[in-house]
Design a binder for this molecule. Structure first.
Ligand code: PNS
Length: 159
């Protein structure tokens, strides 16, 4: 069984994340989508809400499950016996952000990071941009599952 972990904040999950998760599910026997429960960024959705949305979003794949983690991602990878971390790259900025973490994670436990190029149509899709657009009344329905768009509208309205 070759298992991979797809970690992230998922605040909230977007179609960009789901593109990467689905492709990882085709490469590995099992994928654990892991959302950090104690990372320091300001969040719109609490860990339980992010997990619930992820659970609904990954329903199409029977080899994908979701979990919360706290502490280091490498320790979580050991806990679930994962051989790799999978991350999506939208462009050079993502690469520069991700590369030091990938090196550090190899240093810490030897776990490798596999980078997948994000689908070209998702190059500008990020959770933070989506939240900003929703907050000012813009239409983000092309970039998130429908139920996530509903949750965003409930939480942020369209002010
Ligand atoms: O969606 P994000 O914000 O890019 O996710 C970042 C995340 C949560 C995957 C990353 O910050 C992480 O792995 N945090 C766990 C703590 C950790 O292991 N830090 C050291 C990384 S080398």
């Amino acid at each position: 069984m070759r298992r991979a972990v797809c970690p992230g904040s998922f605040d909230p999950v977007t179609n960009g994340h789901l593109d990467i998760i689905g492709r990882a599910a085709g490469l590995f026997d099992e994928v654990v989508v892991a959302t950090g429960v104690n990372v320091s960024k300001n969040r719109l959705f609490d860990p339980q809400e992010r997990l619930a949305m992820l659970e609904e979003a990954v329903r199409p794949w029977d080899n994908v499950r979701v979990a919360g983690f706290s502490g280091l991602i490498v320790d979580f990878c050991r806990e679930v016996d994962a051989v790799a971390i999978v991350k999506g790259l939208r462009g050079a900025t993502d690469y520069e952000y991700e590369l030091p973490m990938a090196h550090m994670n190899v240093h810490l436990t030897g776990v490798e990071t596999v980078f997948l190029p994000g689908a070209a149509g998702n190059a500008f899709v990020s959770s933070s941009l989506i939240k900003e657009v929703v907050a000012f009344g813009g239409d983000i329905s092309a970039f998130v599952p429908e139920f996530v768009a509903v949750r965003l509208a409930e939480r942020l309205g369209g002010r």
